[in-house]
Design a protein around this ligand. Structure first.
Ligand code: AMP
Length: 280
């Protein structure tokens, strides 16, 4: 696996591989098993796997954790190689944004609910950087995690609206043994917060079980149940609990016959965790 920092080097290395199937896995680094599952899936289906590691300032709001976001490029290089990446692209901020971008990509509608309302401008930062990465790498396949379900829905729509010639693959959420969704941000949690944080997974799974048994007739009852569960943990502060149609993220009027996303965002101290499940 080669590590490059410049856009020109990525293009140069891929020039002789254009006849091969290229997969791109965009990340912000500090890799965990969730990221590695995307690399392995890419490796299984593509001949060349490009991993990007870039903490994108454009997707962080004022007061968010940009400066303290965890980073360890040397370890990322090691584990990415073991998982099968062929090229690791780790650009500097100056390389990606030589000047403040006057051009941004914005997906409307889908970016308004859930994390869009708590983190204004976040998805514009995500779609802009992913559009740039798509132009730099020109992959055949691009890989995302279901853990960030709204992000996946937003990028899928951008790909369709802007005719990017890429096939998007969404991979299942990888969890710790006790159910907590893996996230680079989990390292922020104190031991007490870490143990209470399993309530995200537990409340979503318990909710799903009851829903499958036919317990609820409307989405408000689902939200109340999950909120009550989360509030049993004294360190948890709910940002949102929402039930929407998936993947259009429209409000739900009729529970039966719909594909639902049940999504939660919860603060433990300053750490904001998200999780979701798709209920069919
Ligand atoms: P991040 O580095 O957090 O921006 O994530 C990079 C990619 O990895 C995104 O597509 C995420 O959805 C995906 N990802 C992060 N955590 C997980 C997880 N626990 N399981 C599966 N995919 C994940």
């Amino acid at each position: 696996m080669e590590v490059v920092n410049q856009i020109a080097s990525v293009r140069d290395r891929l020039k002789q591989n254009r006849h091969k199937k290229i997969g791109l896995v965009p990340t912000m680094g500090y890799l965990h098993e969730g990221h590695l599952s995307l690399i392995r899936e890419a490796k299984a289906n593509c001949e060349v796997v490009v991993l990007s590691v870039f903490v994108n300032p454009l997707q962080f709001g004022p007061g968010e954790d940009l400066s303290r976001y965890p980073r360890d490029l040397q370890r990322d290089i090691q584990v990415a190689k073991e998982a099968g990446a062929d090229l690791l692209f780790a650009p500097s901020v100056e390389e990606m944004y030589p000047h403040p971008p006057l051009t941004q990509v914005q997906v409307k509608g889908l970016t308004e609910p859930l994390c869009g309302s708590s983190r204004p401008g976040h998805f514009d930062g995500v779609t802009t950087v992913v559009a740039k990465l798509l132009h730099i790498v020109e992959p055949d396949h691009i890989y995302f995690g279901q853990k960030d379900a709204q992000q996946a829905a937003v990028i899928q729509r951008m790909v369709e609206d802007l005719h990017f010639p890429v096939h998007m693959v969404t991979c299942p959420t990888v969890r710790e043994e006790d159910g907590l969704a893996m996230s680079s941000r989990n390292v922020y949690l104190t031991p007490e917060e870490r143990s209470q944080a399993t309530i995200l997974y537990r409340s979503l799974s318990e909710g799903e079980k009851l829903w499958r048994q036919g317990h609820w007739l409307n989405s408000k009852d689902i939200v109340s149940f999950i909120e009550d569960q989360i509030q049993t943990q004294p360190l948890a502060k709910i940002d949102y609990v929402q039930v929407l149609h998936f993947p259009d993220l429209e409000p739900v009027h009729e529970l039966t016959g719909s594909t639902l996303i049940v999504a939660v965002a919860v603060y433990f101290g300053k750490t904001r965790l998200i999780d979701n499940m798709i209920w069919n």
